[in-house]
Design a protein around this ligand. Structure first.
Ligand code: URA
Length: 210
């Protein structure tokens, strides 16, 4: 992908995003919208996948037909909110391999600490798409990408629903080689790190916790 940041302005994405932002939208509807929007975002983040051809037979004749090239791609969810984007993407790309990164923020150092890391093998030969709905400070996203690079990933993209300028800047500084695809670039973070205007806590909204 050429740009470091791509904002998907498609009307269906923007309409669904507005419904998701609305605090009156119930959990079940929020989750369904996230599933739908993740598939539209998946379409954008995969639009330059490498292709090759193979010979097949249609009922009428033989043809050389396009298919995806290379190893199956890897989807890596940043726990727990990443799973909301993951589910919809897996419906569209069922053969993708899946990884999970769990990070929490140390209260003293405020730095992300890893508590879970499980990713597909041969990451260096796969396009790796990291999914997390909210790119806020960018600290956990940058740390997750660090871990994936240490595990061998070379071709990484980051997919989120909302991005704050602070998070985009942090990712650009730490990982200028990782393009970001998002449905919106919001205004800023508030003093406790929530995106404004945002949609609240994505994990709480999708799982009905508080
Ligand atoms: N994580 C969220 O779930 N929401 C925000 O606004 C920021 C980080």
């Amino acid at each position: 992908m050429e740009n470091h940041l791509t904002v998907v302005t498609h009307p269906l994405v923007q309409h669904k995003l507005t419904l998701m932002r609305d605090k009156h939208t119930p959990t079940a509807v929020f989750r369904q919208l996230l599933r739908e929007i993740s598939q539209l975002l998946a379409y954008e983040v995969t639009h330059e996948l490498a292709m090759t051809t193979k010979v097949i037979e249609t009922p009428l004749q033989e043809m050389e037909a396009p298919v995806l090239a290379g190893r199956k791609l890897a989807l890596v969810s940043i726990l727990r909110a990443g799973n909301g984007l993951l589910d919809g993407m897996l419906e569209l790309i069922p053969s993708a391999r899946v990884g999970f990164v769990g990070l929490y923020r140390d209260e003293k150092t405020l730095q992300p600490v890893q508590y879970y890391f499980k990713v597909p093998d041969q990451l260096g030969q796969r396009l790796t798409i990291v999914v997390d709905p909210m790119l806020a400070t960018g600290n956990s996203s940058a740390a997750a990408v660090d871990l994936l690079k240490k595990a061998g990933a070379r071709d990484i993209r980051f997919l989120c629903l909302l991005a704050a300028p602070e998070g985009v800047a942090r990712m650009k500084e730490a990982h200028p080689d990782v393009p970001i695809v998002t449905a919106a670039l919001d205004t800023c973070l508030n003093d406790v790190g929530y995106i404004l205007p945002g949609l609240g806590d994505a994990g709480d909204r999708m799982f009905g916790t508080k």
